[in-house]
Structures are given as structure tokens and as C-alpha cells.
Ligand binder design. Structure first.
Ligand SMILES: [Zn+2]
Ligand SMILES: [Zn+2]
Length: 148
């Protein structure tokens, strides 16, 4: 499926009206393997997409469970596509995020679940974030990367 078809299908699956901006934003997410800030997305979109429309689009996508917030150790808010359809609001808290210190990209490790954490009595968690830092697959020296 091309990125354009995937974007159209994702909007349809989530009951969202097809608009050129929504399709373009989804295509921008689909084209990248790491979390996108609104600044990153602006670079991918054509220059007459205004910032307000972009923010509204991201808000709608987040509410509908297409994307989730990726908190890393910077003050830049990033988003990533959700790997599966998720009606739950707290769908960010099921997998580990990985921030690469070489390329500065933050990846969703969808296959890596956050381990269970036992809290002391009286503490009730509402959400959780799990961030690992290090060097990603793409930034490993050639010998290590050739394994996959
Ligand atoms: Zn990297
Ligand atoms: Zn994620």
C-alpha cells in the first residue's frame, strides 16, 4: 500500500473526514520511523499549511488514537503513530521509547512493553513513561548494523 493509500485508510478507519492537510500529516508520519515534532512536520508539509491547522490536526489525531505523545528528555513535544487501533486514552503507556544520542531521534519500541512497577501503598499511577537513551540501530557502527 502506498503512503497515500495508507493515510486515506487510516482516516477512514478512525471515522475522520479526508482533508488534504490530514492526509499530508499522516503521510509525513508514515514516511518516518521516529517521532515527529510539529517543527519536523512543518518541514514535510507544503509551506502554505498554517500552524493552527497543523495543531488542530494533531489534537484531533491524538484524541482519535491515531498518534500519541512521545515524551523524551527534551522540552520538545513529539508525536508518533500508534501501532494499533486504541480506544484507550492511555495508549502511550504500553511501550518503551528510545532516544538516540547520535541522531537525536526518538523511536517507539512497540514490541517492548514497559515492565510492571510495584508502587508503595497510597500511590496510584495515572500514566507512565519509559524512556531509554543510547544509540539506535541506524547509528551503530557498520559491523553491528549489518546483522539485520
Ligand atoms: Zn540514531
Ligand atoms: Zn510510542
Amino acid at each position: 500500500m502506498s503512503a497515500a493509500d495508507s493515510a486515506t485508510a487510516l482516516l477512514a478507519q478512525h471515522g475522520l473526514r479526508q482533508t488534504p492537510v490530514r492526509q499530508a500529516v499522516l503521510r509525513a508520519f508514515l514516511a518516518k520511523t521516529y517521532a515527529q515534532s510539529s517543527h519536523d512536520l512543518e518541514q514535510s508539509l507544503d509551506s502554505n499549511t498554517d500552524r493552527i491547522t497543523l495543531y488542530r490536526t494533531l489534537k484531533t489525531f491524538e484524541e482519535k488514537g491515531l498518534i500519541h505523545r512521545v515524551i523524551d528528555n527534551t522540552d520538545i513535544l513529539r508525536y508518533a503513530l500508534c501501532s494499533r487501533e486504541c480506544a484507550r486514552h492511555a495508549h502511550t503507556d504500553d511501550h518503551v521509547h528510545f532516544k538516540c544520542s547520535a541522531c537525536q531521534h526518538t523511536y517507539c519500541l512497540n514490541q517492548v512493553a514497559i515492565p510492571a512497577v510495584a508502587l508503595p501503598g497510597g500511590f496510584q499511577a495515572a500514566s507512565r513513561e519509559y524512556l531509554m537513551t543510547g544509540v539506535c540501530q541506524q547509528c551503530q557502527p557498520m559491523s553491528a548494523a549489518s546483522a539485520c
